[in-house]
Design a protein around this ligand. Structure first.
Ligand code: ADP
Length: 397
């Protein structure tokens, strides 16, 4: 093994995803997940060359630290310990401070912790993962890759809320945007596939997973994106409402709802789940629709209509368009959802390439539609955030 491997860690409040990534070609010989931290069901599982293993976590101690220590043992037993050159952490919020990937030292760690105000669920968990990894791999350099960093190129008119400027100055309330690593990766892949220099390209990247966002990318830079101060804004998602009249919040609170209940509803019981009353999972929505479930059909229609509206509006910050890029679990795999979004874009001249749309599934990239009107294509491209984290960590080494 002469290749450079990076251990990529995505630490959540009660889970920790990890992967060993080859920084040259993106291959992932080991992937794993620790979940249900803090609960009796806590478990860590991993896959190495197709073979799955699972262990219960019975420790009374901190489960993040336990999981990382277990990963150290795993790296040794699988023979990766000498080939891992860095640890790359996915961190949700970099505020205005972090505009690109950075090497982590005590100062950076403190800054990530201090941004917890903006991402109370995510940044403390990310910081915990960093601390555990620094203790477990003291000789390895560690890097932080931020979900928000790619969007720090947005012009002020795109990130400023139409509210008192004091709220920005005092609390940092503005659009930050998320999914940056994914939008960055697929735009670079699209430029390669179209044989265009990224510095002379225009894309609308549409990441549709459980979370979903659209990003306008001009000459390789994010110029607008649909998630906002939090990942609740923008598109309808698996369980999140996306854009909503803020007046609804006041209305519900006056009806006696607590703030927690309102936001629990908007974050966890809305989107596909809320509209269908059935499931947050796009596959479940499509299956129920085929069986004639009316509200599943409505969820499908609201979702696809709203994605198309965002795509249409994101022509505004671009001078022209080379491609609309679909990615994320839904964008990469769901032919009917992509088809319906394209149908909604008929005015822009998009005609489905039926064979292309059918071929671009299950991890294959390809052109799925053409527009003569805009001289543009639509493409499906599988995202690979871990690969970006590995590459950028190695570049900074
Ligand atoms: P996350 O945002 O949690 O990383 P993913 O990007 O994995 O999520 O996307 C999950 C979504 O992708 C789910 O709604 C799932 O139903 C959908 N999905 C995955 N495969 C397919 C498929 N073949 N057809 C339709 N939807 C799919």
């Amino acid at each position: 093994m002469s290749n450079k491997y990076v251990l990529v860690i995505n630490s959540g409040s009660s889970s920790l995803k990890f992967a060993v990534i080859n920084a040259e070609n993106g291959e992932a010989p080991v992937t794993g997940l620790g979940e249900c931290f803090g609960l009796p069901e806590a478990v860590i599982s991993w896959k190495h060359q197709g073979e799955k293993s699972e262990e219960k976590i019975t420790s009374d101690g901190d489960h993040h630290q336990y999981a990382i220590n277990r990963i150290v043992g795993l790296m040794e037993s699988l023979g990766f310990d000498r080939d891992i050159v860095a640890v790359g952490h996915r961190i949700v919020h970099g505020g205005e401070k972090f505009t690109s990937t950075v090497r982590i030292d005590q100062k950076v760690l403190k800054e990530i912790e201090s941004l917890s105000d903006l991402a109370p669920l995510h940044n403390p968990a990310g910081a915990k993962g960093i601390e555990a990894a620094m203790a477990a791999f003291p000789s390895l350099p560690q890097f932080a890759v931020f979900d928000t960093a790619f969007h720090q190129t947005m012009p002020k008119k795109a990130f400023t809320g139409a509210i008192s400027n004091e709220l920005y100055k005092e609390y940092g309330i503005r659009r930050y945007g998320f999914h940056g690593t994914s939008h960055y990766y697929v735009s670079r892949e699209a430029a390669k596939m179209l044989n265009k220099p990224i510095e002379q390209s225009s894309f609308i990247s549409v990441h549709l997973g459980n979370g979903a966002s659209v990003c306008a990318i001009s000459n390789g830079k994010s110029v607008d994106t649909s998630m906002g101060f939090t990942p609740l804004a923008g598109l309808m998602m698996g369980t999140r409402s996306g854009d909503l009249d803020p007046g609804v919040i006041e209305f519900l609170i006056k009806k006696g709802w607590s703030t927690e209940k309102v936001f629990e509803t908007l974050n966890k019981k809305s989107g596909f789940l809320g509209v269908s009353g059935l499931t947050s999972d796009a596959r479940g929505i499509l299956e129920a629709m085929e069986e004639g479930h009316e509200d599943a059909k409505l969820a499908f229609e609201v979702f696809t209509y709203r994605v198309a509206k965002y795509i249409g509006s994101y022509l505004i910050p671009l001078q022209n368009l080379d491609a609309i890029i679909f990615t994320g679990g839904i964008g990469e795999n769901s032919l009917p959802i992509r088809r319906e979004i394209l149908n909604n874009l008929a005015l822009l001249g998009f005609k489905e390439d039926v064979a292309g749309n059918e071929a671009a599934r299950f991890g294959d990239s390809g052109v799925i539609a053409h527009s003569k009107t805009l001289d543009a294509v639509a493409m499906a491209i599988p995202t690979n955030e871990e690969f970006v984290i590995a590459q950028q960590s190695v570049e900074l080494l």
